[in-house]
Design a protein around this ligand. Structure first.
Ligand SMILES: *Cc1c(COP(=O)(O)O)cnc(C)c1O
Length: 367
C-alpha cells in the first residue's frame, strides 16, 4: 500500500541528491576504482574528522565494526562484556562471536544504558562495556568512562545510531572505539550495507585493517592473522563521502521535525515523547520513538490513516530461543518492547508529514 506518510523515502532521497550520487558512482566506475582505492581512504579521513577521532576504518557493516573492535581486545572464554538488552541483536552477537559472555543490563528513561545498573553488573570477570547510543542520543559517557577507568575496562561505543550526536560537545565514536553503520536507513545511509570503526589507537585501527582484508597487510603482503572479507566497498565509500557533506543539514532537519512532533504531541494523555533533560546532550533523532500503553492499537490506527511506523523492538532479545541468552529479568526493557513505536523520521520527512501524523495520534487519543 502507498502510505500518505512513509517511514523513510529512499526514492525521494535519491532524486534530491541524484547528481552527487551519480557523480560519485561514475567516478568509481570510469576509473575502475572498485576495491581499496582513494574513494575509501578519502571517506575514512573525512569520517574521522567529522567524528573527532584519530582514524576511521571502512568496513562491510556496523556488525563488523563491533566484531573487530572486540577481536582487537583478545577476549578469552568466560570474559564478560556488559551491554544493554534494548539494542539490535548485532551488538550482542559480536560479543558471542568472540567467545565472550554478554551481560545485559537495564536502560533508563531515555532508552540508554542505566549507569547505576552498569556499575552493579561489574564482576572480576568483566573486561569491557558496550554503551549503545540509541535513536541518536548519547549515553552518559562521563559516567561510563569513569566506571571503565575505575575497573580498568575497555569501552566500545555502539554508535550505529549515534553519528553526529554528542555529550558535552564530544561526539559518539570519539570517546574510545566507535562503531558505525551505514545501512541504508541509518541517518547516513549507503546503497546497501556498510560500516566503520573509529579509534585513536593505531593498534586497533591496524588490526581492523588487517581483519577486513583476510589478515593481509596490503602494503607488505604479510598475513598477520586469519581474517575476514569485510571491506567497505569503494562505491559505497564514494557515495557516503558525497552524502557526509550534507549530514549536518540533515541532523538540523531531523531536530526541527522532532520539535514539531514535540509541540504537536506535548501533553497528550498516554503518549510519552522522546525529549529528555540535559543540556549536555545533543540529540540527532536517528529515530523518533514515542511510547504508548496502547501501542498495538495506535500502530494499527496509524496504518489505517496512512502513516507508516516501525517497532524496534517488539520482543526482548532474550526471548528468542535461537539466540540462547539467559533471561536477565529487565522489567523496563520489557515495558519498552510493549510500548515503543517509531514515527516517520528522515531527511525527507516534511512538516506536512509531521502534521498528518500528529493529527492522527490526536484522533486516536480522543477516541
Ligand atoms: C544498525 C545497528 C547495528 C548493526 O549495523 P549493521 O550495519 O546493520 O550491521 C548495530 N547496533 C545498532 C544499535 C544498530 O542500530
Amino acid at each position: 500500500m502507498a502510505y500518505r506518510v512513509p517511514f523513510v523515502d529512499p526514492r525521494t532521497h535519491y532524486r534530491r541528491y541524484k547528481a552527487e550520487i551519480d557523480g560519485a558512482l561514475s567516478d568509481c566506475l570510469e576509473n575502475g576504482d572498485l576495491i581499496h582505492r582513494r574513494q575509501l581512504f578519502g571517506f575514512e579521513k573525512n569520517l574521522a574528522a567529522y567524528v573527532g577521532s584519530g582514524d576511521a576504518v571502512g568496513l562491510a557493516s556496523g556488525y563488523h565494526a563491533l566484531h573487530f573492535a572486540l577481536w582487537a581486545k583478545k577476549l578469552r572464554e568466560g570474559d564478560e562484556v556488559i551491554t544493554v538488552a534494548h539494542t539490535f541483536a548485532a551488538t550482542i552477537s559480536a560479543i558471542v562471536h568472540v567467545n565472550a559472555t554478554p551481560v545485559l543490563v537495564e536502560v533508563g528513561p531515555d532508552h540508554n544504558m542505566d549507569m547505576n545498573a552498569l556499575e552493579k553488573a561489574v564482576t572480576p570477570r568483566t573486561r569491557g562495556i558496550i554503551p549503545v547510543h540509541l535513536n541518536g542520543r548519547m549515553c552518559d559517557m562521563e559516567r561510563c568512562m569513569a566506571i571503565a577507568k575505575k575497573h580498568s575496562l575497555f569501552v566500545v561505543e555502539d554508535s550505529c545510531q549515534g553519528l553526529g550526536a554528542s555529550f558535552k560537545g564530544k561526539r559518539g565514536g570519539a570517546w574510545e572505539t566507535g562503531c558505525f553503520s551505514f545501512y541504508p536507513f541509518k541517518a547516513l545511509g549507503g546503497l546497501g550495507d556498510g560500516g566503520a570503526l573509529t579509534t585513536s589507537d593505531p593498534e586497533i585501527a591496524q588490526t581492523a585493517r588487517w581483519l577486513r582484508y583476510n589478515g593481509e597487510d596490503r602494503l607488505t603482503g604479510e598475513f598477520h592473522m586469519h581474517g575476514y572479507t569485510a571491506l567497505l566497498d569503494n562505491i559505497q565509500a564514494a557515495v557516503l563521502d558525497a552524502k557526509l557533506k550534507h549530514f549536518d543539514e540533515w541532523v538540523a532537519h531531523r531536530r526541527a521535525m522532532a520539535e514539531l512532533y514535540r509541540r504537536g504531541l506535548e501533553g497528550l494523555k498516554g503518549i510519552n515523547t522522546p525529549h529528555y533533560p540535559g543540556k549536555e546532550y545533543f540529540d540527532t533523532y536517528q529515530n523518533y520513538v514515542i511510547r504508548s500503553d496502547k501501542r498495538d492499537a495506535l500502530r494499527a490506527f496509524l496504518t489505517e490513516e496512512g502513516v507508516e511506523t516501525l517497532v524496534s523492538w517488539p520482543r526482548p532479545v532474550w526471548s528468542y530461543p535461537g539466540l540462547n541468552l539467559p533471561n536477565p529479568h529487565l522489567a523496563f526493557t520489557e515495558l519498552l518492547c510493549r510500548e515503543v513505536i517509531s514515527l516517520p523520521m528522515s531527511a525527507e520527512t516534511t512538516p506536512e508529514h509531521v502534521d498528518i501524523t500528529v493529527k492522527a495520534i490526536r484522533k486516536f487519543t480522543e477516541k
